[in-house]
Write a protein that binds this ligand. Structure first.
Ligand code: ARG
Length: 482
């Protein structure tokens, strides 16, 4: 044996040096899958027993051995070996320490190719559930704040320039609807991934008469996957889930960006709880919105995870290729990041205080009623383009003379047009400007109030979807680990 080389414990490997062992092993990251690997194996043992490949007695020993292995990994007692390449080989090896030669029957009719595909699907299923729960909790916070702020006026922006007054409720509910689509998108992803690849074998299907429908049912999948070659070659479900997470992060980053701005002294719209800001090491007066900034920054990670996956899977010939081992880390990282970001931003928002006076002040200094001033003239019969030019002139004159239009008397208005009547001042009050947007989906208190009642019903639908997915994820575990 040349120095640096040693006989491997893994029967699949030829002798190799440590660098190559490290290079090829997925154990440092796929150990995260141990729980689902064992749950999948328990289901597989039942399928083997059902097909008469193992006896009832063997089934019992295999299952109790697997449960002991699970316990020893959970309790940190099991020693997992890098040179066994991955979590699958490690579990099998621990099982043989537990029950001896019978462990050799576990892998009958199965390949690590369908096993690995199964493990990742089980993992993604669980984490989709966790993400949906986080999204729903976030939406609850948005609704709670919105309900209290139907009449809280703030400047709505385009190009980050003050444009028209909107309510804080309307602004926050915009995020509710973004998150609703995020929720639905993930549920769609879940529905496409909720099929069981086990029984596909290495690529062409198992020859042991395993009932794939029963097997799928025992893990609460909707059914078996339809083509063995597709099953072991594709991770599109993982890509899709990370795409969904990327969009969640994009949405969160917009909210984070707004919170960072609102929290700056120049805006002063929001005060963050000290638990969700950090101090400066040099400037004692500062509290920085780091949680929001990190959320904004972490979009880069998740979008990067998505690009990693797309690049790893590009151009792979059917079926399994070792490249697929690179599927796991980006998926784990994307879920960890998105779930943590949702949690942090939700708590940041729910403990923040909004400054309604500052928000309304900001509306007053910015002529947010200019469109309505033109609309007023339109209502009196003036063509919109003419009204637009006249109002533009009025605003220029007002800022030139330093007198806000809000302070003008009716006589000042009438210098520009005799169409202005006494009611124009009331017409321009911010609350009236806002509340004229009574269209479906508009910012009036009435429209937003109705919108919130509508989403209360949608929120109930979300919890029932979550309940069903929780059953899929949890019931097989209870059943198989009994
Ligand atoms: N460690 C491998 C992975 O995670 C397991 C599958 C190996 N399959 C194979 N045919 N070599 O992808």
């Amino acid at each position: 044996m040349p120095s640096g080389k040693k006989q491997p414990k893994n029967p699949l490997q030829s002798p190799q040096n440590e660098v190559i062992t490290e290079f090829t092993s997925s154990l440092p990251f796929d150990r995260e899958l141990y729980f689902w690997d064992i749950v999948g194996s328990l289901a597989h043992v039942d399928a083997l027993a059902e097909a008469g490949i193992v006896t009832q007695k063997e089934q019992k020993s295999l299952k109790s051995g697997l449960k002991s292995v699970l316990k020893s990994i959970q309790e940190g007692e099991a020693e997992l070996l890098l040179e066994l390449e991955d979590i699958h080989m490690n579990v099998e090896s621990l099982l043989s320490e537990e029950i001896g030669a019978l462990a050799g029957k576990l892998h009958t009719g199965r390949s690590r190719n369908d096993q690995g595909a199964l493990d990742l699907r089980l993992y993604v299923r669980e984490r989709v559930l966790e993400t949906l729960e986080e999204l729903m909790e976030f939406q609850k916070v948005l609704i709670r704040i919105a309900k209290k702020n139907l009449g809280t006026i703030m400047p709505g922006m385009t190009h980050l320039q003050p444009a028209q007054p909107v309510s804080l409720a309307h602004h926050l509910m915009a995020y509710w609807f973004k998150m609703k689509r995020d929720f639905d998108r993930l549920v769609g992803c879940y529905e496409r991934l909720n099929f069981c690849p086990l029984g596909s074998g290495a690529l062409s299907g198992s020859s042991y008469g395993i009932d794939r429908f029963e097997l799928a049912k025992s893990l609460n999948f909707r059914g078996p996957t339809d083509n063995s070659m597709d099953s072991v070659s594709d991770r599109d479900f993982a890509v899709e889930s990370v795409f969904c997470l990327s969009l969640i992060m994009e949405h969160l980053s917009s909210l984070a960006e707004e919170i960072i701005l609102w929290n700056s002294p120049q805006f002063g719209f929001i005060h963050l709880s000290p638990d969700f800001t950090t101090g400066s090491s040099m400037m004692p007066q500062k509290r920085n919105p780091d949680i929001a900034e990190l959320t904004r920054g972490k979009v880069g990670r998740v979008a990067g995870d998505l690009v990693s996956l797309l690049t790893v899977f590009k151009g792979l010939p059917l079926t399994y290729n070792r490249d697929l081992q690179e599927d796991k880390e980006p998926v784990f990282d994307a879920f960890d990041t998105a779930v943590d970001s949702l949690w942090a931003m939700r708590n940041l928002l729910s403990t923040a205080k909004f400054d309604s006076i500052r928000m309304e002040e900001a509306c007053k200094s910015s002529n947010l009623h200019a469109t309505d001033l033109a609309d007023y003239l339109v209502g009196m019969g003036m063509p919109f383009r003419e009204a637009y030019s006249l109002v533009k002139k009025m605003i220029e004159d007002s800022s030139g003379s330093g007198s806000s239009i809000d302070e003008w008397t009716i006589k000042d208005f009438q210098k520009y047009s005799t169409l202005f009547k006494d009611d124009v001042k009331g017409y321009l009050e911010l609350k009236n400007v806002m509340n004229r947007r009574e269209v479906y989906g508009g910012t009036s208190e009435k429209s937003v109030g109705e919108s919130i009642s509508l989403v209360d019903a949608l929120a109930k639908e979300e919890s029932s979807v979550i309940r069903k997915i929780r059953d899929d994820v949890e019931k097989p575990v209870l059943q198989l680990l009994r």
